[in-house]
Write a protein that binds this ligand. Structure first.
Ligand SMILES: N[C@@H](CCC(=O)N[C@@H](CS)C(=O)NCC(=O)O)C(=O)O
Length: 338
């Protein structure tokens, strides 16, 4: 029995060590004074940089929301543009703290024990963009197409499955970025562009004549897009996960950047728990009691972020569709803060 003691002590010490190692990301971010966020190098509505070098978009706003929760300042973010092929490596090798880059949550991407998705910020699906002049009604008419696609994406795998299943021939034209895909399509190197429908809305804007092309109605896959973090830090996983949920819960409770001061005076228990006038739900995760107030005041609730970047009040004009809240016909459903 006496021989067990060193083993027990050693085990205790190693558990203490791994718990400390587990909670490093928040501390690293706080010590650095900024969040390092990986994003798309350029996808209108999701992540794009203006002439002054200022980033904006749906995925950018998610980075800003995490920074707001931690620093009460959404501007404390360093942005790292990443290609489809480089994004997960950059996360694994700690070049970034969080990946917010139109990335599809799949089992395979979580399978090597290194990264984990924190939720779904945008429910999407894969579609096809074609010249209107071809008069296609359906993706089942695309037999024999030359298809422009980006390597390192779920897109190529899905489209090959779709063509094979429907006994259609295809030729893959690999292009390394959205810009290259657009250039190849305009130059006639391919006759079809395929990616997430949201990406096609964004790319169509960039064509010389957007109205000459159309997005076919077929959606051939599930593309749940969301942020990802490393699997080694539960505290950090929870922070990133709950920032997303807080934005959805805020929308559901009618709390927006415009009504946040009223929400602080609200007598409704669910609103009080969201804004921290009741309970201290951020504490176990190393956040302040008003962490969600910081998010909503600094960046907005889910509807505000969706509308200004990709929805009704944006150039893309994408309908909310599946991304409506669960009680409004969609499937966005955040667990409650309580
Ligand atoms: N959601 C898919 C596709 C993501 C993706 O990278 N799409 C491309 C096609 S639009 C993109 O965003 N490219 C932008 C770029 O690298 O310039 C995935 O996670 O694999």
């Amino acid at each position: 029995m006496r021989k067990m003691i060193p083993i027990v002590l050693a085990l205790g010490a190693s558990l203490a060590f791994s718990a400390a190692a587990e909670s490093q990301t928040l501390k690293t971010v706080q010590d650095r004074g900024s969040l390092v966020c990986g994003l798309n190098p350029g996808l209108e509505g999701f992540a794009s940089k203006d002439d002054q070098g200022k980033w904006s978009g749906f995925d950018v706003d998610f980075c800003r929301a995490v920074a707001a929760a931690i620093f009460d300042d959404p501007s404390k973010v360093q942005y790292v543009p990443l290609s489809a092929s480089d994004r997960f490596e950059a996360l694994k090798n700690k070049q970034i703290d969080v990946l917010s880059r139109n990335s599809t949550w799949t089992m395979g991407r979580e399978g090597d024990d290194s990264i984990v998705f924190t939720g779904v910020t945008y429910y999407d699906g894969q579609a096809f963009l074609v010249p209107k002049s071809r008069n296609f009604q359906s993706a089942l008419e695309l037999d024999g197409s030359k298809v422009c696609v980006q390597p390192g994406t779920t897109t190529e795998l899905n489209y090959v499955d779709f063509f094979d299943t429907n006994h259609m021939k295809y030729e893959t034209v690999h292009e390394g970025s959205a810009d290259d895909m657009i250039a190849a399509y305009e130059a006639g190197k391919c006759d079809v562009l395929t990616t997430d429908a949201s990406g096609l809305f964004a790319m169509r804007q960039r064509l010389a004549k957007p109205t000459d092309s159309m997005i076919l109605p077929d959606i051939i896959s599930k593309e749940p897009l969301g942020p990802a973090v490393r699997q080694d830090d539960m505290q950090w996983f929870n922070i990133v996960k709950w920032v997303n949920f807080a934005m959805l819960d805020a929308e559901e409770l009618g709390v927006s950047s415009k009504t946040i001061d009223d929400a602080l005076k609200s007598q409704k228990p669910a609103v009080q728990r969201l804004v921290g006038t009741e309970g201290d739900f951020g504490k176990p995760f190393g956040l302040s009691a008003d962490w969600a107030v910081r998010v909503v005041r600094g960046v907005g609730n889910y509807a505000e972020v969706f509308d200004r970047n990709v929805g009704a009040h944006s150039k893309l004009g994408i309908p909310r569709g599946l991304n409506e809240l669960w009680n409004n016909g969609g499937i966005q459903y955040a667990p409650p803060i309580r």
